[in-house]
Design a protein around this ligand. Structure first.
Ligand code: 5GP
Length: 176
């Protein structure tokens, strides 16, 4: 499947995204009550969401960036998660918030949650995703927080790419 800019339909507009992200920020502020948080942004897809979300958070916050991959240049997952770069500081006793772009099969989310729980005794671990594609889930995992649910379509924009393209779109789009 090839995706051209002119074929894209808007699924969630810039305004819908920004309104929901602000609301999610308030939910997180209520949960953390001013305690320090280490936010882990999963590159590259979550970077646009993460930088918008953290600006609504009011607690002391540190940002870490890790890189995993499961898709390559295709529009379906390879089914195997690769830890491309997963160097993290000491997370023992910390409030850890993972920020991801989309939970699809759930393999990436599960890999990451297991990795953190195996290596650290964190104070809290929350998984926050911009999108949740519940219908394609293959493993038993749910994000603690998410902005919008999507059905089984390949979406791009707002950090999500097709072959490296379209991360810069301010909306979430799809090809019909
Ligand atoms: P999972 O491991 O849950 O199957 O997939 C996680 C990763 O696959 C996401 O972080 C994202 O990079 C990629 N992915 C899954 N669904 C989509 C989609 O609809 N569009 C894009 N661009 N990437 C997706």
């Amino acid at each position: 499947m090839e995706i051209k800019l002119e074929d894209l339909k808007v699924l969630y507009s810039e305004e819908q995204l920004q309104t929901r992200i602000k609301e999610l920020g308030q939910e997180l502020n209520t949960f953390y009550k001013g305690e320090e948080v280490i936010a882990i942004c999963v590159l590259k897809g979550a970077v646009v969401f993460a930088v918008d979300l953290v600006r609504h958070l009011d607690m002391p916050l540190k940002m870490e960036f890790i890189r995993l991959s499961s898709y390559g240049s295709s529009t379906t997952t390879s089914g195997k998660v690769n830890a491309v770069d997963i160097k993290l500081p000491d997370l023992n006793g910390k409030n850890v918030l993972i920020i991801e772009d989309i939970v699809d099969t759930g393999l990436t989310a599960k890999f990451l949650v297991d990795f953190i729980n195996m290596n650290f005794h964190v104070k809290t671990l929350k998984f926050c995703s911009l999108l949740d594609k519940k219908i394609t889930r293959k493993v038993d995992i749910e994000p603690d927080y998410y902005c919008f649910e999507v059905d089984d379509k390949f979406v791009v924009g707002y950090g999500l790419d097709y072959d490296g393209l379209y991360r810069n779109l301010p909306y979430i789009g799809y090809k019909e």
